[in-house]
Design a protein around this ligand. Structure first.
Ligand code: KG4
Ligand code: ZN
Length: 341
């Protein structure tokens, strides 16, 4: 059971993340991330998207070597662990089950408590892995392959969604338009790179969604029709204009995101604005956020690249806050593909 005599600064946590197609393990100690090892699954490129069964199998193969590497890198012994934090959901059931099952077995063998973590809370709390840390309350735009949310973060354990996507996530908008352009999955990083070499020349319509919600499925459809029309006249249209198409699609996605973020900041009066999730690795979004912040008088927070995409360091941070609050998981806890925020 947890050693409650220890100072909170001495707590050592092993964290496990396996919600989608990255197997990750991290060690957190004395308020710092000592290691954050990620094993990515390149195999999904062959299929143009994550295949759940394949992901689950790859997690099984990767989990033990990934955890071993996290211990080795951190220079920490298994006996030093005070608790094991793991992603409970949301995510792919078969992927989550590998991490949850591993965390249970390991926690039982070490006789330490387990801490269940909501993956989307963890993306937000990734900001506490390093300085500068945002002060509460702050707003966080969480943009990933499965989610697009504007989150009001009142404290580490109290957050609420002010707006979210009604259909595709921002990451899906990158990945699905990338697929139309013949780019490998996940296409976000490639579109980001190509966009830096291109010009914003093509205009894609802005979805008219009220309040702070988003919609990205119309963008994918308009890119599809645009490409069909252009390719009918010039079969080399994509290859001849790839960088400009990428710059234009990315620009539209960024403008949709920033517009709603500005609206949320105005509505709440909050001027500490953060971004998180895989799409927050996008250089165009990072730059636009910084520029918008200068104009609007915001203080902006952008995580280091390795803390943007899925990683166990963010699970460790979220787990630490719950550890301080003595929130531990029961041994019969089961993964949740969908999970209330
Ligand atoms: O947070 P994440 O690693 O996994 C999920 O929880 O979904 O996010 C993955 C998403 C993918 O859609 C990927 O294309 C996107 O993040 N992504 C990017 C960039 N790096 C990753 N999108 C745009 N620009 C990037 N540099
Ligand atoms: Zn994620």
């Amino acid at each position: 059971m947890p050693n409650l005599q220890k100072s909170p600064f001495e707590v050592t946590i092993l964290a496990i993340e396996s919600s989608c197609d990255d197997t990750s393990a991290a060690i957190f100690q004395n308020g710092r991330i000592l290691s954050n090892v990620v094993a990515s699954q390149a195999v999904h490129k062959l299929y143009g998207g994550v295949v759940p069964e394949v992901a689950s199998r790859a997690h099984q193969e990767n989990i033990v070597p990934t955890v071993d590497a996290a211990f080795q890198k951190a220079g920490v012994q298994k006996q030093d662990i005070d608790a094991i934090a793991f992603t409970l959901g949301p995510g792919l059931m078969g992927s989550l089950a590998v991490g949850v099952g591993f965390a249970k077995a390991f926690a039982l063998s070490l006789n330490v408590p387990m801490i269940e973590v909501n993956h989307m809370h963890a993306h937000v709390l990734a900001h506490f892995a390093e300085d500068p840390k945002p002060p509460f309350p702050f707003l966080c735009l969480t943009v990933s392959g499965g989610h697009t949310q504007i989150v009001l973060v009142e404290n580490a354990l109290k957050m609420s969604i002010l707006g979210e996507t009604l259909d595709d996530a921002a990451g899906e908008a990158f990945d699905k338009t990338g697929k139309l352009l013949g780019l490998d999955y996940p296409a976000g990083p490639a579109i980001d790179r190509l966009a830096t070499q291109g010009k914003v020349r093509f205009d894609f319509p802005e979805p008219q969604i009220p309040n702070l919600n988003f919609s990205f499925s119309g963008l994918k459809t308009s890119v599809l029709y645009f490409l069909k029309k252009e390719m009918a006249q010039n079969p080399y249209f994509i290859s001849e204009n790839l960088a400009d198409i990428c710059a234009s699609v990315q620009d539209r996605i960024i403008r949709i995101l920033i517009k709603k973020l500005k609206k949320a900041a105005k509505q709440t009066g909050i001027r500490h604005i953060a971004i998180a999730g895989g799409v927050s690795a996008n250089t165009g979004l990072r730059k636009t956020l910084e520029l918008t912040g200068q104009i609007e008088g915001w203080t902006t927070y952008v995580p280091r690249f390795e803390y943007c995409t899925d990683n166990a360091a963010m699970i460790a941070i979220a787990g630490y806050f719950k550890f301080l609050n003595r929130e531990f998981a029961a041994h019969d806890v089961a993964p949740m593909a969908r999970m209330a925020f």
